[in-house]
Design a protein around this ligand. Structure first.
Ligand SMILES: Cc1cc2nc3c(=O)[nH]c(=O)nc-3n(C[C@H](O)[C@H](O)[C@H](O)COP(=O)(O)O)c2cc1C
Length: 184
């Protein structure tokens, strides 16, 4: 699939078919996260692939989002920020959040490329997710992702116009200076 198509077609899915995906396809999507840029090339992420029905139920409860229970797999993305904070102190925290986002976008695009579907789950009770997965306290849970096949292709959410968010040269300036023609 072309990059533009994957970017434009990616969308959140909250209704999955019963069909179980091949876990190797999901591993390929997780592998795409390894290629994300990382400050100082310190890889800060850890991943957990969950397929146990009861554990998935606990994750759905932790998020209070029932649709997660339909998924046969959930990918959990965690951060171990220790090395990045050692290297960059307070900014290291920001870098860890940013690089988790960069890695997750790789994952989402690969999910789209593979014909799979998911939804970014960022709203959950941290403690409950950590208890369900035995995640130590010093590890951050960034988000998790129920993975399956989309039940019915949904139309994409409208996206903001570029005009509303792009400035030129300084904040709020909407006018682009057209380069002067060279008089040769
Ligand atoms: C940081 C973050 C947290 C999110 N948390 C949730 C969530 O807990 N539950 C949910 O259904 N969607 C969640 N979403 C998905 C957004 O609602 C979704 O991306 C947005 O509505 C745009 O739709 P699209 O992904 O189809 O383009 C989250 C997205 C992001 C980036």
């Amino acid at each position: 699939m072309q990059l533009d198509k994957a970017i434009q077609n990616r969308h959140s899915t909250r209704k999955f078919k019963d069909k179980k995906p091949d876990w190797r396809d999901i591993i390929e999507c997780v592998d795409a996260m390894r290629h994300a840029p990382m400050a100082g090339n310190n890889f800060s992420l850890k991943f957990i692939l969950v397929d146990d029905e009861k554990t998935i139920q606990k994750l759905a409860d932790a998020a209070q989002q029932d649709f997660i229970k339909q998924a046969k797999y959930v990918v959990v993305v965690c951060t171990d920020s220790s090395r990045t904070i050692n290297a960059y102190e307070k900014r290291g925290e920001i870098y860890c959040r940013q690089q988790a986002g960069a890695a997750i976008q790789n994952f989402l695009l690969k999910i789209e490329d593979k014909g799979l579907a998911t939804c970014w789950i960022g709203h959950f009770v941290d403690r409950l997710v950590k208890e369900a997965l035995k995640i130590p306290n010093d590890i951050n849970v960034e988000a998790f992702f129920p993975v399956g096949y989309e039940f019915k292709l949904r139309t994409r959410q409208a996206k903001i116009d570029l005009d509303n968010v792009l400035y030129f040269h300084k904040f709020k300036n909407k006018k682009m200076n057209v380069p002067q023609k060279l008089d040769i």
